[in-house]
Write a protein that binds this ligand. Structure first.
Ligand code: MN
Length: 239
């Protein structure tokens, strides 16, 4: 038995093949796992739990089917789908987890994050993040008509794409000092996150302690899956 971690599927009606791959993954790989963790950006846009896009319905009902059959299913918000909340949890059968969260992974305390808060060199993004996570911004946003909310979500997505194209690769990666500070603060030697779309397992030492940072990949060309069991964790592709 194993515990599976995925993130950054960016499910969207524009990439139906990835929706199909996700459903196949749930059926063939996840249904008999110890647990499945989805660490953010499951969806490309999420204007609110009351506006679930028709393109997402198939994925959500498959998640619910597995959860109802006993799969422990955990979902963290990403920077795309940060407005996912209780109603989503109800319809998908998932349990929402905080970012950051610490779990016991076969005896190893493991910190789970989406990863965007680790990219502290990207000052503009962190400012934007602080704005949209402000309860007053959310209140304002949810007071707007549905069409306007959807338009705003798409606009932010476009702005983000343009900004991303202009920024250097270094700025958009995690800041190592931030990683170390967060891991020390949370008292863990192992971190799993997504967001940067740079799948890898990084080993390093801090104060003579061996630390591991595992980065999940995205679901653009194929599915990136982290499989963990008593013997450790391995990054694999699913296709
Ligand atoms: Mn992200």
């Amino acid at each position: 038995m194993s515990t599976l971690f995925i993130s950054d599927l960016h499910l969207s009606g524009e990439r139906e093949n990835i929706t199909e791959l996700f459903i196949k993954f749930l059926d063939q790989r996840a249904s008999d796992a110890d647990a499945l963790y989805i660490l953010g950006d499951l969806f490309e846009v999420w204007p609110g739990d009351d506006m679930i896009q028709p393109d997402y319905e198939q994925s959500i009902s498959k998640m619910k089917e597995l959860a109802d059959n006993g799969l422990p299913l955990f979902v963290m918000q990403g920077n795309r789908d940060f407005l996912m909340a209780e109603k989503f949890a109800e319809v998908s059968g998932a349990t929402m987890i905080e970012d950051p969260a610490v779990i016991d992974l076969y005896g190893t305390p493991t910190l789970l994050m989406h990863g965007d808060t680790l990219c502290t060199d990207d000052v503009d993004y962190q400012k934007f993040r602080a704005m949209v996570r402000d309860p007053r911004w959310k209140e304002d946003f949810f007071a707007k008509p549905n069409e306007e909310r959807l338009a705003m979500t798409s606009k932010y997505r476009k702005i983000s794409k343009n900004e991303t194209a202009k920024k250097s690769m270094d700025i958009m990666d995690v800041n190592q000092q931030t990683v170390e500070a967060v891991m020390l603060e949370q008292n863990v030697n192992q971190l799993i996150h997504g967001h940067t779309h740079r799948p890898a397992i990084h080993n390093f030492t801090v104060d003579n302690k061996n630390m591991k940072r595992i980065v999940l990949g995205d679901w653009f060309e194929q599915g990136s899956v982290l499989i963990c069991d008593e013997s450790g964790c391995r990054l694999k592709s699913f296709n």
